[in-house]
Design a binder for this molecule. Structure first.
Ligand code: ADP
Ligand code: ADP
Length: 225
């Protein structure tokens, strides 16, 4: 089964009103387990809308969203939240870490919310931090970390519950080019070999070229990049 299976997704804001914006016009997209797909699009093209629909944070006007072979289209809010928590990881341009908690706790908390015990959650959090090279920073709060380190922690948090699907919106967009390269490599080291499927929106064509496949969002439709 595809990790992500979007069929015929259409979405308008303010439908029927004079200021209607038709953002997505029939999106079909499958992402296989283990596949890393670059989503390239100019600002305003509808990347965030597409990622939010794929991650069950928003609903399409028409079309279906499948995650891990299950059709999520008709699910109620409780079930959507449970699927999101267990099966989907989100990464944004800004880290959105909880400032009053350490790096480790930021990665432990989503696991506790998902039913993992504290001991196992801490072990996993340390292993994830080690994978991205910042285990020595485990007990620092976000404010004591560099921008690149903060993003690495956010990556670990997104993968804390071992989701099937990772959705990233400009994950290195806030970093200088050098840091961006290293931080992207850290992300790939987390993703590769886990079977995780990833859809990563980026303006950075060098990073896009390092992914398995590139697609472009153009006038509400996907075209090969
Ligand atoms: P991107 O992430 O590619 O910049 P978005 O998905 O955020 O694009 O937005 C796509 C288009 O939809 C833009 O023209 C934006 O102004 C519009 N849009 C986004 N959210 C809303 C909303 N809540 N209400 C009305 N228009 C919106
Ligand atoms: P909780 O009550 O556990 O926070 P939520 O439905 O708010 O449940 O969140 C479930 C998952 O979806 C979490 O991983 C959270 O980070 C993510 N999430 C919720 N809302 C948003 C949002 N607006 N943008 C990005 N991720 C979100």
């Amino acid at each position: 089964d595809p990790a992500l299976d979007l069929k015929g997704i259409a979405k308008s804001y303010n439908p029927g009103a004079p200021n209607e914006v038709q953002v997505l016009r029939g999106i079909d997209l499958q992402v296989a387990p283990g596949e890393v797909v670059a989503l390239v699009a100019p600002s305003g093209a509808g990347k965030s809308t597409l990622l939010h629909i794929a991650g069950l944070l928003d609903t399409p006007d028409t079309g279906t969203v499948g995650i891990g072979g299950e059709d999520m289209t008709g699910l109620g809010d409780r079930r959507r939240t449970a699927v999101r928590r267990a099966d989907v990881g989100f990464i944004y341009q800004f880290h959105h870490l909880l400032p009053e908690f350490t790096a480790l706790e930021n990665i432990v908390l989503p696991q506790l919310a998902n039913g993992t015990g504290r001991g196992a959650a801490e072990t996993r959090a340390r292993a994830l931090l080690a994978e991205v090279g910042i285990e020595p920073r485990a007990d620092h709060r976000p404010a004591a970390l560099s921008g690149g380190e903060q993003q690495r922690v956010a990556f670990c948090r997104a993968l804390a519950n071992a989701p099937r699907l990772l959705l990233a919106d400009e994950p290195t967009g806030n970093l200088d080019p050098n840091t961006s390269d290293q931080v992207f490599a850290a992300l790939m080291s987390l993703v590769r070999g886990t079977g995780l499927a990833a859809l990563i929106a980026t303006h950075n064509l060098d990073l896009a070229a390092r992914m398995d496949r590139q697609i472009r969002l153009d006038a509400g439709r996907l075209v090969p990049a």
